[in-house]
Design a protein around this ligand. Structure first.
Ligand SMILES: [Zn+2]
Length: 96
């Protein structure tokens, strides 16, 4: 029993390392209390406030396209980001 828990702990640590290097995120992808997977599913990322969209793009290292005063410049690339990151196991983004 004891050896099993140690192995699980090691596995956890390895998957954490992987997460940082290839930016695999836990689903649903949450940012400042917003469910980005759910918003992307409904095409509602533009409903987030501009400053939230900006911060999300910085956090997820998403390249902004277009004028930084328009929500669509952030929401568009962020939508693409969710598509890239989508997970079959996620009930929100699996069919984005
Ligand atoms: Zn998701």
């Amino acid at each position: 029993m004891k050896s099993h828990s140690i192995r699980t702990e090691t596995l956890k640590r390895c998957s954490c390392l992987l997460k940082t290097s290839c930016r695999q995120l836990d689903h649903p992808i949450m940012f400042l209390g917003h469910n980005l997977c759910k918003l992307a599913e409904h095409g509602k990322l533009q409903e987030l406030r501009l400053d939230v969209l900006k911060k999300a793009c910085i956090e997820f290292k998403v390249d902004v396209k277009g004028p930084k005063t328009r929500k669509v410049s952030f929401a568009g690339p962020l939508q693409d980001f969710i598509v890239i990151q989508r997970s079959k196991g996620c009930k929100y983004c699996h069919n984005v």
